[in-house]
Each structure stands twice: as structure tokens, then as C-alpha cells.
Design a protein around this ligand. Sequence first.
Ligand code: GSH
Length: 209
Amino acid sequence: MTMPSYTLYHSPLSQHSRRVQALLEEASIDYQVHPIALEKGGHMDPSYLAINPNHQLPTLVVDDEPLTESNAILRYLCNAHELSQWYPTRALARARVDQWLDWNQCRLADPVTQLVINVAILGDKGDPKAIESARTRLPPILGVLEQHLDGRSFVASDEQPTIADLSIASNITQLGFAQATPTDPNITRWYETIASRPGFVASMPPAPR
Ligand SMILES: N[C@@H](CCC(=O)N[C@@H](CS)C(=O)NCC(=O)O)C(=O)O
């Protein structure tokens, strides 16, 4: 079977990009990286807007067809490469993964992004109201994850990590950039397990010099 060629438009600062790269690495799928300098506005360049008019990373170009939305890309890769260990095929098991992927996008992503933008990226120019709002919203959201992980190794499966773990853990890494790493014991234990996986390690941004 001929496999498609993959080009990942990517920045290591982007958790949405890193979660896709982590799966590509974990599954030993061949891909090219096309770096986009988010911090220099590369995502607003007309050449990138032609690929992704939402000016967001990542985009995975499959042969010559752009695919956007990180969690859709994760699902696509699992479907195309029959990665049932990362995205189970039994209906309820798959729905459980989808539940946590959606939770990540709908509940966790916004306060994480607001903190990273306003603390880590904008620094002194960050919006104090946005920072305060994110700091207020985060603890109850993380509390849901902390309680869910009590007695569990992974968010959506008892046996092995799934794409839901890669997706959520990429946001937890991001909190570290804003000096807001969660200290909840179950989240910490789970995050250490996911973050030590080779694919996740390979997706991490280079350490600051
Ligand atoms: N829902 C999108 C979100 C992607 C996203 O927010 N990417 C950020 C980097 S982590 C970005 O490119 N931001 C630039 C912008 O929105 O203009 C996904 O899951 O792929």
C-alpha cells in the first residue's frame, strides 16, 4: 500500500503542533517538518494563509491536501494508519477518547492559551484581566482532570495512552511556560508518564539558552 506523503507545518512553541508531532514520532510515521516562526508572525504570511486561512498551526499537508485542527489530524492519522492502540475502534472506548479530546479543546485550551500569551509571550505587556480570568478558571477545570485521574493511569483507557493523553498533556507542558505547572498529585504522576514517552520528548521545544 502506498502511504501518503506528509508535511507538518509546525512550531515547537505550539502545543497543537507538538501533539501531532508526538503521534507521528510514536507511530514511526515518515513526515517532513515545515517550520513556521510563530513568534515572528510566520503564520500570517500569505503563503501560509493559502494553506490555512485560520492562520493557526498546525497544518498537515497530506500529499497536496491541507488538513487542519490538531485533534482532527490526530484522528486522521490513527484512522489512516490503523493505530487502534492510540484511538480504539470499539464505539464506547473511542467515544471516551473523543470526550477527552473535546474536553481539552472546549474547557482546558482557552485558559491555557490566555496564560501563555499574556504571561510567557507578552510579559510586561500582558493583559492583567486576561491573566486573572485564566488563573481563576483553571483550578476547577484542572480539578476535574485531577479527580478523574485518581486511580487511573491514562485519561481514556486503562491499558495504554491514547491521543487524548497526548493532546491534554501538550497543554500541561504549555502551562509550564507560564510558570503555572499544576502540582496536583494525580496530574503530576500522569503527566510524568506521558511526558517521558519518546514521541513526546521528541516533540518538545529546545531548552532556552
Ligand atoms: N483549534 C486549533 C487551534 C490551533 C492554535 O490555536 N494554534 C496556535 C498556536 S498553538 C496558533 O497558531 N495561533 C496563531 C493565531 O491564532 O493567529 C487546533 O487544534 O489546531
